[in-house]
Each structure stands twice: as C-alpha cells, then as structure tokens.
Design a binder for this molecule. Sequence first.
Ligand SMILES: [Zn+2]
Length: 318
Amino acid sequence: MFVRSLKRDSATCFVTPRCFDFITEKFIRRHSSTSFVPKHLPVREEDIDKLDRLISVSRNILILTGAGISTESGIPDYRSEGVGLYARSTNRPVQYRDFLKSEAVRRRYWARNYVGWPRFSSFSPNETHLSVRKLVNDIGIARCVVTQNVDSLHTKAKTRNVIELHGSAYRVVCINCDFKIERHAFQDLLANLNPDMQIIDQMIRPDGDVEMNQDQVEGFNIPSCPSCAGLLKPDIVFFGDNVPKNRVEQVRNEVQLCDTLLVLGSSLTVFSAYRIILQASELHKPIAIVNIGETRGDKHALIKISAKCGDVLPHLCR
Ligand SMILES: [Zn+2]
C-alpha cells in the first residue's frame, strides 16, 4: 500500500465543547476508561482497505476529530447512547449567557471545575491520537487537524498544526482584555483562595460519591482578572457561544486546501463541525467518516465506517 511504502521512504514530514464542569471525580472514578466507548462491532477488513485506498491517493488530508476519539482515553462524550454524559447524568453543560449573567452559576462552574481538574488534566493521548500524529508529523499526508475537543490531547501527543475549534480547557482568559493564564497556574490561585477545598479526597464518600453541597459552592472564591477586574473564563467555546470568526476563517481555508476530509469520532451534531462537512461536500472533496453510530454527515460521506477509531487508525499507519 502507498501509505506503508510512503512511510518507509518518508523524508518529509506537519480543536465541545466538552466542558468538564460536571465531570467530577465521582463520575470518572465510577467508570473505567473503556466504559465510555459505546457498544460497537469489530471493524471489517474490507472497510479498512477501502479507507486505506482513499488515503493512499491523498496528499493533503484534513483531519477533523471529536469526542469519540477521547473516550478511549477515559473521557466521556456527550451524546453516545448508553455511555455518554447525557445518558448517565442529569447535569447539563453551562450555557454561556448564564455564565456571564449569574455569579452563582460562575461559582458553581469553577467549584466543580476546580474539583475535576486534577483528574481531567491527567488524561493521556491514546492510539488514535498517536496515529493522527503519525499521519501529520511523520508520514506527512495530513497537514492539519481540526479538533472539537478541549482536552488538548493532540497537543499532548505533540501533533503539529492543530486547530482547537472550541478552544482548550488548559487556558483561562479574561472576557474583557487579553489577559491569559495557564490552567495549572490558575488551579494554584484557586487553591490559595479556597484552602478548605484543597484536599479533594476528603470530599469523596466511602461509596465513592462526591457531592458538593451548597455551602461549599457558595463559599467558593473565584479571582477576577488581575489586569482589568473582568470575568475570567476557560478558553473554550461554551454552549451558546460562537467560534471566533478568525478561527472559522482559518478552518475554511484548510478545507479549501485539503484534498480529503477524514472525520474521526464525531457525530457532527454541532453546527461548527457540520459546516466543515458542508463546505467539503460543496467543493466535492472526498469525505471519510470513522465513528461508532450514525453521524449528521453520513449522507455526504464517500466512506463511512461505524467502528472504534482505535481499531481503524493504527492499521493506516503501519
Ligand atoms: Zn482583563
């Protein structure tokens, strides 16, 4: 296969918003890393061959990734039947307008975010992230990765040229000025302001449950911007917010330049991702989708494989 021979000869080598405001220690510890992967059948050899053939004639693949590729790292997605957060929890992501207008919502958001951060920031890239890195950095047939994920696992995998469509939970920004702070440093600030909440394990009951009572949330202190006293938020696109225009343009440009679009682990439900499919389809670029279950983009796809990305991607990089 071309991909394999190219790799041997290779001398050239090139982001849901999944907020975790309600992914608490309790939630994560209750489930093993594989328990967030939806039920699926083994991938068929002929499907891998079909995808391999498409990739073998591509020179500039744009890869779009969604929450489905991080479930194998132990991070739940939102919508998967039976295993997504919507199926397992009654909590829902914070809407941006509520975050802006309500101090109580911000307090609750940051309190849970503070508790969830040590676990959330400990997740590692899985086989799919490493395979994507190979396609971009080593084999060189993919030039750019657009991810809907805010977990920065492509960055942790050291993949080049990643556009985090919905931002990254690893940064905190001011909504008024250009102040930015790295999320780990922000955790230290929160810890200093909330010494009573420092020892997270104390909050876990013997049955593994963690509930933050109203007193804990109400007493939680959040800093304001040190430059302008404005509101601080994670550098992510909240539900109800828009992807920044320059980022949309950057992605549009990448779709224009690519010769193939490869979608990995996204249901494409969110319009900011679906419009990438629409543009690629209008430009008659071949589209391949690997995702367990149906996606909004299936009707536009030349190849659709309903399988776990971790069962498919490593075969393309051998
Ligand atoms: Zn500011």
